[in-house]
Design a protein around this ligand. Structure first.
Ligand SMILES: [Zn+2]
Length: 338
């Protein structure tokens, strides 16, 4: 599994923030302490990096900044997105000034984001109907900040920013059609999470030690209790996985549970491999214990359904899709640099 050396994380934090090593080290130690020692030094460093908006993974394989990688605090953000929604232009008036605000939601294959327009020329594009739902926009020189209006982050455009509508120099087909984009979830900070479908980005700061196995019907993949599937009657069940993690994005942390394929992905092994290991060690928890330190600190982008656990009364996510980072591509890149 990919691991970024801690020295590299520290130097990236340093580069972005200008803080000196001892202060960064202290922040990392504080984070370990804050999480009651449950997190590795690397894990804590990842979280501290997250808190400073330091990007540890490069934007994308193709050089295009994907929406999932747009992080709070970034300046000069350039990206492509399909227009999913255009809100009516609003007027505002404060003691100091008055003007108009335009708001749109753009999306790509990895997520959606609100884009806020302040410049009259940009707003004119909306008012004149030049920007339409379904168009692909190339945004340049936006800046990212936490939204004051809604959950999540926004890209704000100033007079220096540019908007190109259906730019000719990019392959617009690379941005999926409306329907495909709409089905991706909007990114939220964990502190702002509510019930529903969301995307979060954070580091794995704990993996719960528990038996990760449960039995499923080999035909339909649904749970088979005592060798009986509700639909297929008596079956010889096969093993499936459940892995429960705590994800921290700097704003807060929450439990994210993965089943089946997603559990395999997060654990880094198939149910069969894990089961074999467990058998060899006569310990069902063994695969979790063995993989735990590799999983801690790993940065992930997850989409899933958030609901309140009736037992703990806490919000929990069931991870349906693990979007990032792209380990094979990132690993190749790192190997290339070594
Ligand atoms: Zn079945």
């Amino acid at each position: 599994m990919l691991k970024i050396p801690i020295e590299e994380i520290v130097s990236k934090i340093k580069e972005k923030t200008g803080l000196d090593d001892s202060l960064i080290s202290k922040k990392i130690e504080d984070k370990i302490h804050e999480l009651s020692g449950l997190v590795s030094r690397e894990g804590a460093a990842h979280i501290v990096a997250n808190e400073f908006g330091v990007k540890l993974f490069s934007p994308s394989e193709s050089g295009r900044l994907q929406i999932k990688n747009i992080l709070p605090g970034l300046r000069n953000v350039s990206f492509l997105g399909r227009v999913l929604n255009i809100y009516p232009v609003r007027s505002y008036k404060t003691d100091k000034k008055e003007g108009k605000i335009g708001t749109m939601v753009l999306g790509d294959e990895t997520g959606k984001i609100r884009v806020v327009l302040w410049d009259t020329n940009h707003i004119q594009l909306i008012e004149d109907g030049k920007i339409k739902q379904g168009d692909v926009l190339k945004i340049k020189q936006g800046y990212v900040r936490e939204s004051r209006m809604v959950e999540g982050i926004e890209v704000h455009l100033s007079g220096n920013s540019t908007i190109e509508i259906n730019p000719a120099d990019v392959d617009i087909k690379k941005i999926p059609e409306m329907q495909a984009v709409i089905s991706t979830a909007e990114r939220v900070r964990i502190a702002d999470v509510s019930e529903g479908f969301h995307q979060i980005r954070g580091a794995i700061v704990n993996v719960i030690d528990a038996n990760p196995f449960f039995e499923v019907c080999p035909q339909c993949g649904k749970r088979a209790r005592d060798n009986v599937c509700q639909e297929h009657g008596e079956v010889t069940p096969k093993q499936s996985l459940v892995v429960s993690t705590i994800i921290d994005d700097g704003s807060d942390n929450m439990r994210v549970v993965f089943f089946g394929q997603q559990a395999s992905q997060i654990l880094g092994m198939s149910a069969e491999e894990a089961y074999k290991e467990a058998q060899e060690h006569a310990n069902n928890n063994y695969p979790i214990e063995a993989q735990k330190m590799k999983m801690l600190g790993k940065e992930v982008v997850i989409e899933g359904k958030v609901a309140r656990n009736s037992f703990s009364n806490e919000l929990e996510m069931v991870g349906r899709k693990i979007l990032a980072p792209n380990y094979p591509a990132e690993a190749k890149k790192l190997l290339g640099e070594v």
